[in-house]
Design a protein around this ligand. Sequence first.
Ligand code: PEP
Length: 255
Amino acid sequence: MTTKPLIAGNWKMNLNHLEAIALVQKIAFTLPEKYYAKVDVAVLPPFTDIRSVQTLIDGDKLKLTHGAQDISVHDSGAYTGEVSGPMLAKLGCGYVTVGHSERREHHGETDELVNKKVKAALRNDIRPILCVGERLDVREAGDHIEHTSSQLIAGLKGLKAEQVGQCVIAYEPVWAIGTGKVATPADAEEVCAAIRNALTEKYGEEIAGQVPVLYGGSVKSSNIVDLVKQPNIDGALVGGASLDAEEFTKLCALA
Ligand code: PEP
């Protein structure tokens, strides 16, 4: 377990910039400053909200960190519609999710592309949250550890150990995302422990101990406690429940 749990709220393609401001204000109001000594909290809004969220967080000196949900592999140039690492860094992004299953599924993102995005984030001093996890058919075939470990190793390919130490890994079984079917704490721990072991084997115990390994998939205030009790689960990547200030802050306070 890394020192403090990290709870990151993935807003996906929800909330315009006015709604984003209202949500961050509610989170700040409901989660008093003292909690941030015990938990790191990040919000990952859509690109169009980031500037508003940044202004609010900086202006009110809030303890929240903000980030993005995707990053271009290129730093600048003729790539219409893309958003680059330097742009996100200028917006104060501390994190970016990379390889989320929705991007792998709907945008055809391969392990090779995900690896380039991890590198783009690190090149711009943004911590990548590398998402890995199996579909239901893979779990049913009993290949979930092998599949997830292979996504992990491919996503981190070519990185130096100290760069790996800057990454966050999110184990997100695809069958648990947005379905209300949370993995049992034992099932989540089994894969998170395998991730930690793979990191230890390849990069050493010190680096493996620095990398937060999060669980994601239908996390709520009612299940967070048993998940973060597991020795290799260092927090959560939260989708649906991060859009409700009351539920999200409750979850953060319990983590
Ligand atoms: C996610 O989108 O990363 C996620 C875990 O979603 P949910 O919490 O809604 O399952």
